[in-house]
Write a protein that binds this ligand. Structure first.
Ligand code: GLN
Ligand code: ZN
Length: 766
């Protein structure tokens, strides 16, 4: 009998129970007992769900109140002194490290003021983990026993689980040295860390755990030799203690391990897990290294997307493994943890039933794993197979999926469409004539504060308690207020403020054919922040203008140029669940054509500066250097250029990037006339220098829009001065890091006023 396994289940609860209780706890409105109780309820419900579905290998310790990597830092006592010195309760230390803590002194407790640890994207997903931060004084030791407690909690319900932990090499590799220990190489701590892993694993064994899952996802990256050796060292060490440890499944996901295959050969572990959804081509090579006494866990049910599994295809792959290894050495599994998928499709009551039939969320996916395991074991699941085949073929031939006109239009994209009529220098000359902007032109990134009033009115409109006309009147009054404010403080290139947008992707998605939306499809992004990605279900097209009305209104009430504001094709793609039946390039090009029409319509309506945001372009970069990465860079840039190259030379195209360190070489190919990038927290002079050679114009973001802090005029001046030491003044735009939608008006007014004053100061100098 082939076993079924799940690598991890979402922990947010079917109705975001975790978010609600955590945020009330933070506000002091719920007790720690109430918080722990909700955690327990979610864990218990998840285990029971999997048990009842017939899953053989059910994970535990996949739950977390904030982040599973941060949990390990707490467990191993990797707590920088700036947190430990407050002697908070462990859960509060965890939250302080995850999100920072500012607390006034009380009679019994002293004041706390500490910022959060760095948060980083989890591989190429939209999940963020809290980066382990090591120093010379880090002393690994067990601090609590969360994995054991949760194992026992499940055991009490009569459910035997396989605890999951991030493996030691990935844990160190994904961490960094703290400010006080910059010469420290995290991997050099391996020898000190391994005994502590052995300690917790032995405790698990003593508690009754027969197996554990250790995740080493870094095996899908380009690894330095040292990290490959560390894998060998770590697992050989565990092998030498095998008698006192549970059996180990070493899990990798999100890509191919082939370039690191040597480090996986002959490891003394009981099973190896691979992701055959993302990297099916690695099959032959990885199967060839599975040792005689090892099992192979075959990841075939996608942990990163929402599409129904193709049972016939998955069963074929599993059968291929069975042929090589025998049924008792093969396990059917999810490709990765299901953390990255929404919890339950049953909660979606508003989806078009035709489309709903194509989807599978975490709750459905665990059943899929079981059905595939049963099928390859020879059990009768013919009813399930038949229904599955029907859904798959219905989707493939559906009118919603296929739009021939769009397919033809993508096929007809030619080089000319992806290239501005003239090179940058010539465009610049024409644009200078048209706009006649001063040196150090000032602008913002697009959004202004999304006030409560805006949200209330939007909700009223969605619910139908105010009419479309009333809503439009309200939006126009917001736009007018934003325009007047910008005029008043003397900004040069104005924006309309984006009051009509709920979200920068959803807003456009809702107006593009081929998209669909869930009402409850939440996925954890970080801590208590969840996102609800739109889903691309079919060929994409724009039936009518999406943003022209608001921009034109804004331009009609001012003589200053108003910048039109769009979300770029790659960002629309990356922040959605993409199709799995068409490649990402094709989807990006379809979006590019929709946006091209929008850009051209804006231009015809008199909007001659147009910004197309691509904040997600960096995160889409494939994890490994090589062919796939260069291909991505090429098509991502092409999609942007297709969207923006249909305009006249004297129409100025802007773009904006944030959320990650950017390599200027990656954005050159977009050929935008002006780019703005997040910069305020990058005080590294090398980073400034890298942008010096960026050929077109740039606004290096001058203040952090994530913080309510107001920088003074002098602070702006000194910042600009520093940048100007290694950056040419004539290319320099003055702007914040990103949109201001999460800020309050008060600080927005002050910060922007100071920023504009600083620009004026430099104009006088030059
Ligand atoms: N134009 C968008 C805004 O200002 C850009 C947001 C982003 O880059 N994340 O809100
Ligand atoms: Zn941004």
């Amino acid at each position: 009998m082939v076993q079924s396994a799940i690598l991890g289940f979402p922990r947010i609860g079917p109705n975001r129970e975790l978010k609600k209780i955590t945020e009330s706890y933070w506000k002091g409105k719920a007790t720690v007992e109430e918080l722990f109780n909700v955690g327990k309820e979610i864990r218990n419900a998840n285990w029971k769900l999997q048990k009842e579905a017939g899953v053989d290998i059910i994970p535990s310790n996949d739950f977390s109140f904030y982040d599973q990597v941060l949990d390990l830092s707490l467990l191993f006592n990797v707590i920088p002194e700036r947190y430990s010195k407050y002697n908070l309760a462990p859960i509060d230390t965890l939250f302080a490290m995850g999100r920072g803590l500012q607390r006034k002194a009380t009679e019994t407790e002293k004041a706390v003021d500490v910022t959060a640890l760095e948060m980083v994207k989890w591989f190429d997903s939209n999940y963020h983990y809290v980066r382990p931060t090591f120093s010379h004084s880090t002393e690994f030791k067990l601090n609590g026993q969360k994995p054991v407690d949760e194992f026992l909690e499940a055991k009490e319900l009569g459910i035997q689980t396989r605890p999951v932990l991030l493996g030691p090499v990935s844990y160190l590799f994904l961490g960094k040295a703290d400010k006080d220990s910059l010469d420290l190489e995290p991997l050099s701590l391996l020898e000190k860390l391994l005994p502590v892993y052995v300690e917790i694993l032995s405790k698990l064994k003593a508690a009754g755990a027969t197996e554990v899952q250790l995740d080493e996802p870094i095996l899908v990256l380009d690894l330095p030799q040292q990290a490959q050796e560390a894998i060998k060292k770590a697992y050989e060490f565990f092998g030498s203690k095998a008698a006192s440890l549970p059996q180990i499944t070493l899990a990798t996901y999100f890509g191919t391990v082939v370039p690191n295959l040597d480090s996986l050969k002959n490891l003394p572990v009981a099973a190896l897990h691979f992701d055959f959804v993302r990297a099916p081509a690695q099959f032959d090579e990885v199967v060839s290294i599975v040792g005689d006494n090892q099992k192979l866990s075959v990841g075939v049910v996608d942990g990163r997307n929402i599409w129904k599994n193709d049972f016939a295809k998955s069963s074929d792959l599993v059968n291929k493994a069975i042929e090589k290894l025998g049924a008792d050495r093969v396990i059917v599994s999810t490709s990765s943890s299901l953390l990255h998928t929404p919890v339950d499709l049953e909660n979606e009551t508003k989806l078009n039933p035709e489309i709903k039939d194509w989807f599978s969320f975490a709750t459905q996916k665990i059943k899929e794993v079981v059905v595939i395991a049963k099928n390859v074991s020879g059990e009768d699941v013919s009813a399930e197979l038949k229904a599955n085949a029907k859904s798959i073929s219905a989707r493939a031939s559906s009118k919603i999926t296929n739009d021939e006109a769009v397919q033809k239009r993508v096929a007809s994209i030619n080089e000319k469409m992806a290239k501005r009529a003239a090179p940058f220098e010539a465009r610049l000359a024409e644009q200078t004539k048209r706009f006649n902007l001063p040196l150090f032109p000032t602008t913002t990134i697009g959004s202004f504060p999304q006030t409560k009033d805006i949200r209330i009115n939007r909700n009223k409109f969605v619910k139908g308690t105010i009419t479309a006309e009333e809503y439009e009147k309200f939006i126009n009054s917001e736009i007018e207020m934003v325009i007047r404010f910008q005029e008043e403080i003397g900004l040069d290139v104005l924006v309309h403020g984006e009051p009509e947008r709920n979200d920068m992707v959803q807003y456009f998605g809702e107006q593009i054919n081929g998209y669909t939306f869930t009402t409850n499809g939440w996925v954890q992004s970080y801590g208590s922040r969840y996102v609800r990605p739109p889903i691309i279900v079919g060929d994409l097209s724009r039936p009518k203008p999406m943003s022209v009305k608001e921009s034109v209104y804004a331009q009609s009430i001012t003589t200053k140029p108003v910048k039109g504001m769009l979300t770029g094709p790659v960002t629309c793609l990356r922040w959605s669940f993409p199709r799995d039946d068409v490649d990402q390039k094709t989807q990006a090009l379809q979006l590019a054509l929709a946006l091209r029409d929008e850009v051209n319509d804006l231009e015809s309506a008199g909007i001659r500066i147009i910004q197309v945001d691509e904040p997600a372009i960096r995160e889409g970069l494939p994890l490994r250097a090589g062919e796939e990465r260069s291909a991505y860079l090429k098509w991502a840039a092409e999609a942007f250029r297709v969207a923006t190259s249909g305009v006249a030379n004297d129409t100025q195209i802007h773009s904006h990037f944030c959320y990650s360190d950017l390599d200027p070489n990656h954005i050159k190919a977009l050929d935008a006339d002006v780019v703005s990038i997040e910069f305020s927290k990058k005080d590294d002079p090398n980073y400034i220098a890298e942008f010096k050679n960026y050929p077109n114009h740039i606004g290096l973001g001058l203040f952090d829009i994530h913080s309510p802090r107001v920088p003074s005029k002098e602070e702006f001046i000194s910042k600009i001065q520093t940048i100007l030491k290694s950056y040419p003044a004539e290319k320099f735009w003055v702007n914040p890091d990103c949109g201001l939608k999460t800020r309050d008006w008060e600080e927005t007014k002050l910060s922007l006023t100071n920023m504009v004053e600083a620009a004026k100061y430099f104009r006088e100098q030059y």
